[in-house]
Design a protein. Structure first.
Length: 220
């Protein structure tokens, strides 16, 4: 799965296709068909790390690496992973100081190192229901005690708007769903729910949608 997608150029993200090795060619074609660009980091990520001392971070499904580069520029030691070699090559090209470690992985099967990061950032990972519990369990294990897991995704309510999301209802889920998969009693949710965002639909109309957001701290 590849990340860093935007809603019609207006600061958001498109829903992602199914994660898996069979999608590598799809994501490479998608990125090859778009001009390389450095985008603004995800606003929820920026809010989530405000005032946090930089340390080790993992950017999951990083795409072209806008979030990873933004974190690295602020002193974080960043590992950025993605399934698309095209997206990763663009991230490396933009990382002129070599501050980010770029790794080609399929997050559907990849095992991140355990207790290795003080921040795991996962934005717009729209995977099928059967893949979610093992994926989020692996990501949760990668967070050190006291570290943060920051998640953002398209909310199921998007399907009720004129935005034109893919009609794949099982790919949309809530912050509460993710919270339940992190591990009972081991996490403190600092932010959980939805976050409003203004975008334009396919007719060019400005509408407000709500993204699912979760910021949680590992307790043990």
């Amino acid at each position: 799965m590849s990340g860093d997608h935007r809603d019609g150029g207006h600061g958001g993200h498109h829903a992602h296709a199914h994660a898996g090795a069979q999608d590598a060619a799809f994501w490479d074609r998608m990125w090859s068909g778009r001009p390389a660009s450095r985008r603004e980091p995800n606003a929820f990520l920026v809010e989530s790390v405000e005032g946090v001392a930089p340390s080790a971070a993992l950017d999951v499904a990083c795409g072209e690496g806008s979030d990873a580069l933004w974190l690295a520029e602020r002193g974080w030691s960043v590992t950025a992973v993605d399934i698309s070699t095209v997206a990763l090559a663009r991230g490396r090209a933009a990382d002129t100081n070599g501050h980010v470690t770029w790794i080609h992985v399929d997050i559907a099967t990849w095992e991140p190192p355990v207790d290795a990061f003080d921040l795991v950032s996962a934005h717009f990972l729209h995977v099928p229901p059967a893949e979610r519990p093992p994926l989020f369990a692996r990501l949760a294990r990668a967070v050190r005690i006291g570290g943060m897991f920051v998640f953002e995704a398209h909310h199921p309510s998007d399907l009720e708007t004129t935005l034109g999301r893919p009609a794949l209802a099982d790919r949309y889920f809530t912050a509460e769903d993710v919270e339940a998969m992190l591990g009972p009693g081991r996490w403190e949710s600092l932010v959980r729910g939805t976050r409003p965002r203004t975008v334009r639909d396919r007719e060019g109309r400005e509408i407000t949608i709500r993204d699912a957001v979760l910021k949680a701290r590992r307790l043990g």
